[in-house]
Write a protein that binds this ligand. Structure first.
Ligand SMILES: [Zn+2]
Length: 239
């Protein structure tokens, strides 16, 4: 299994690694700092640096559904890349840090709205949650103010692992209807923002919610019976 460096250190921007497998347009390594698309969070981009100095752009990162491998998608794998070859992986850190700030902001928004989540998406320019809630209960100004008040608390986030049994004993932790927390390994990753939010999550988050900075609710609209979508950007975003 690939060592997922971001699980324990989401601030790691690069790592040494060895090539485990190469396909036409994907590279697999024994360890990685690249987060694969999942839980609504976009896959990472960046660069693979070879010992000969060649730099291969990583366009996206996905998880192979069958093998669980982390696939680093590239335009074309150079013909001379060999299994076992040592490389250095470099994240597009600015992009990833933005995703971490948005992702953590969505945890705060879920605690503010307090309704079941029917979907979410975290992109570099905006993020959104779909709630299963009556439209009349969603007010942009209230959500924005209450999320920003929580951000101002400047609380440190905590990551820990609990057993499947502990999770089963607290079903109220699972707020996302469409994405069940990953099971099968006997333990589940839980992200806690003390006094604010606690839920299973495999994504990457900032160390302290103060790093998010103020957000703005730009749109609330209905995307279906169970999907009332709230979209946010950072307050300093001019678009
Ligand atoms: Zn999360």
């Amino acid at each position: 299994m690939t060592v997922l460096v971001f699980n324990d250190d989401p601030y790691a921007r690069s790592t040494t690694a060895n090539v485990v497998r190469c396909a036409d347009n994907a590279l697999v390594f024994d360890r990685t700092v690249f987060y694969p698309l999942g839980g609504g969070q976009a896959g990472d981009t960046g660069v693979v640096e070879r010992a000969n100095g060649e730099r291969i752009a990583v366009l996206d990162t996905r998880r192979d559904r069958e093998t669980g491998e982390v696939l680093h998608l590239v335009e074309a794998v150079p013909g001379d890349v060999a299994v076992g070859e040592p490389v250095v992986l470099h994240l597009d850190w600015e992009r990833r840090y933005t995703l971490m700030r948005f992702h953590t902001a969505l945890h705060l928004m879920s605690s503010v709205v307090g309704a079941p989540i029917s979907g979410c998406n975290i992109a570099p320019d905006k993020a959104r949650i779909d709630f299963d809630i009556d439209m009349s209960l969603l007010d942009a100004g209230t959500i924005e103010r209450e999320v920003n008040q929580r951000i101002d608390l400047g609380v440190a986030t905590e990551v820990r692992w609990i057993t499947d049994e502990e999770l089963d004993a607290q079903p109220e932790l699972v707020k996302t209807m469409s994405v069940q927390p990953p099971r099968g390994t006997g333990r589940v990753r839980v992200v806690e923002i003390p006094g604010v939010d606690l839920q299973p999550c495999g994504g990457t988050h900032v160390r302290n919610i103060g790093e998010i900075g103020p957000i703005r609710v730009v749109r609330i609209r209905s995307e279906g019976k169970k999907n009332k979508r709230v979209e946010i950007v950072f307050a300093d975003c001019t678009v």
